[in-house]
Structure formats: C-alpha cells, structure tokens
Design a protein around this ligand. Structure first.
Ligand SMILES: CC(C)(COP(=O)(O)OP(=O)(O)OC[C@H]1O[C@@H](n2cnc3c(N)ncnc32)[C@H](O)[C@@H]1OP(=O)(O)O)[C@@H](O)C(=O)NCCC(=O)NCCS
Length: 180
C-alpha cells in the first residue's frame, strides 16, 4: 500500500463507516459491525479492528477484526500431532470480520492493490510473529461465507474437510501457522 495514499492502522474514535459500500445486502452485517460494534468492542477488549484508510479521499477502504479463538472440529487436522496433543480443540486466532469497500476490491478498484490479501497477510503476521511467539497458538481460522471460500483458498486457507463443515453456511477454514 502506498504510504502517502493509504494507511493501515488500528481503528480510531473518529473513524466513520457510514459511506462504506458493501456491494451486496448479504454483507450489510459487516458494515453494521464496523459502524456500531468495532469501537465498543475495542474498549471492552473483545476484539481488535484494523482499518485501511484512503487518505486522499478521507474514507475507510477496508477493515479486519481479530479475536482469540480455537478450532473445535479438528478431526481433519488432529493427526498432525499424533498422540502428542490429546485435546479436540486447538488454540487459534480468528479473523472475525473482513471487508473491503466494494470500490476498492481487486486490482481494478480505486486502490489498484489487493487490500483483502494485504489484510489477511497482516493477520497472519500478527498471529505467527506476535501472538504465537508469546502464547500457544497453532492456527488462524475464519468462518467463511460461501461467497468468500474461493477468496480464502486463494490466500492460503484450507477448508476443514468434514461433512458437517461443508454443510455449514459459514465454513471453518484455517492456516497452520507452523507451516508458514
Ligand atoms: C472477500 C474480499 C475481502 C476480498 O477482497 P479483495 O481486496 O477484493 O481481494 P484481493 O484483491 O486481495 O484478492 C486476492 C485474490 O483472491 C481473488 N478473489 C477475491 N475475491 C474473490 C471471490 N469472491 N471469489 C474468488 N476469488 C476471489 C482475487 O481475484 C485475487 O486473485 P489473484 O491473486 O489470482 O489475483 C472482498 O471481496 C469483500 O470484502 N467481500 C465482501 C465481504 C466478505 O466476503 N468478507 C469475508 C467475510 S467471511
């Protein structure tokens, strides 16, 4: 991201998402979260939200929200540690929300950058080098809507391979931080 035009930083009190464009009614809750919940959650230590701001146009281009989590349905990944780890929950960081304003999506958008990928890479970096360095944390996960499964596959996530998960509206996808 061009530092003069776009900045990636934690959400601030003055940030406004009222003109954020979701592009699809399905994603209205993502805009609602940014408008009404992201800042209170920040103060209550329930989530951390990072924004990409388009400085030239003085508006938000994208955001990502991260929380502590665990992957529960680990049948498909549990064998990675054999008998070492006898629990059915693995510690993880979760991408709780991710949205790029529709005008900034893809390389054809106003940013001509891959803002979605950039925010995912940012989250992977935090999970691996900040969180996992200090607190046991093996995975980064996301509950992906059907429409975003292909995006997460592109940026390196694996769909949890269980029939239950494949039938869910929001499918668990993950990256094994040990393999990064
Ligand atoms: C999904 C989303 C975050 C992607 O952001 P983006 O900035 O447009 O994505 P990028 O430009 O970084 O795309 C990275 C790659 O994924 C591909 N991609 C992006 N969206 C895709 C989609 N919906 N389906 C398939 N591939 C997709 C891009 O073509 C690109 O591929 P390439 O590397 O081969 O060029 C954005 O479209 C969005 O906010 N959608 C609505 C909200 C949403 O789905 N959030 C996730 C909630 S779980």
């Amino acid at each position: 991201v061009d530092e003069d035009e776009f900045i990636l930083r934690p959400i601030e009190d003055g940030d406004s998402f009222t003109s954020f464009k979701t592009g699809d009614a399905d994603f209205a809750p993502l805009k609602m979260f940014a408008r009404t919940k992201a800042k209170p959650y920040e103060k209550a230590n329930l989530a951390r939200t990072y924004v990409i701001k388009d400085q030239a146009n003085n508006r938000m281009a994208a955001y990502i929200t991260l929380v502590c989590s665990e992957i529960r349905s680990v049948e498909a990944v549990a064998d990675i540690d054999g008998n070492l780890f006898p629990y059915d929950q693995y510690p993880a960081v979760k991408i709780a929300r991710l949205m790029v304003d529709e005008r900034y999506r893809g390389t054809q958008g106003l940013a001509s950058k891959k803002l979605g990928s950039l925010l995912v890479d940012f989250a992977l970096g935090i999970a691996k080098y900040d969180i996992a360095a200090l607190v046991g944390c093996r995975f980064i996960s996301v509950d992906a809507k059907e429409k975003s499964v292909a995006f997460y596959e592109k940026v390196g996530f694996t769909l949890l391979d269980t029939p239950d998960n494949k039938a869910r509206a929001e499918k668990i996808m993950f990256v094994d931080l040990s393999k990064l």
